[in-house]
Design a protein around this ligand. Structure first.
Ligand code: GLN
Length: 182
């Protein structure tokens, strides 16, 4: 089992550390030749989605990544990574996302909540977070809501979270993703 972690910008190291704790091998994708390695899944980290989209385009990675996900490569996007999966970006998940959805002041906060299919009392760290304002097809399922807004969803082997599970010591979201890859 080997998981690719998009390492162009943002909080990718924290994902690698969680995978290491779980005994799962990972490698960083910084350029096209990295992408060509064999992989069982992909993590799209948080950060700045506009920068990540620009770099994906410049490095000629946008189409290959989109195509692999469409062909069934399991993917886990957190925060900016969730934005990447949404309509108007990679567009592989049938979700419409509102960026910086809580405004500048309320953009960063912690919550604890149930994530369907994953568990109860999941700690959720939101940093200038987006939320899912609409699910656009019945292939996609809402997994969690905070303050009446959808903050996690799954569509087949695509998992998205508006929060940052890699910044907590709770590994359940990553464990769940690893299950999806097998
Ligand atoms: N606000 C960022 C964006 O729009 C996402 C923030 C994050 O990933 N922590 O891309």
């Amino acid at each position: 089992m080997r998981i690719a972690v998009l390492a162009l910008q943002g909080a990718f190291i924290e994902h690698e550390q969680v995978l290491q704790r779980l005994g799962v091998e990972s490698f960083e994708v910084r350029q096209k030749k990295d992408w060509l390695q064999k992989k069982d899944g992909l993590i799209l980290p948080g950060g700045e989605s506009t920068v990540q989209m620009r770099l994906l385009r410049e490095l000629d990675l946008l189409e290959p990544v989109r195509q692999s996900i469409r062909e069934g490569l399991p993917v886990f996007g957190t925060c900016a990574g969730m934005i990447l999966l949404s309509e108007g970006h990679l567009g592989t998940m049938d979700i419409r996302v509102r960026r910086n959805a809580y405004g500048r002041q309320l953009g960063s906060f912690n919550a604890v909540g149930k994530v369907a299919e994953v568990g109860d009392d999941i700690p959720m760290t939101f940093i200038r977070a987006p939320y899912i304002e609409d699910i656009l097809s019945d292939k996609c399922r809402s997994l969690a809501e905070v303050n009446g807004h959808i903050v996690a969803a799954r569509q087949g082997k695509q998992l998205a979270a508006a929060f940052h599970p890699e910044l907590t010591s709770d590994d359940r979201m990553h464990r769940y993703f690893i299950q999806l890859t097998s």
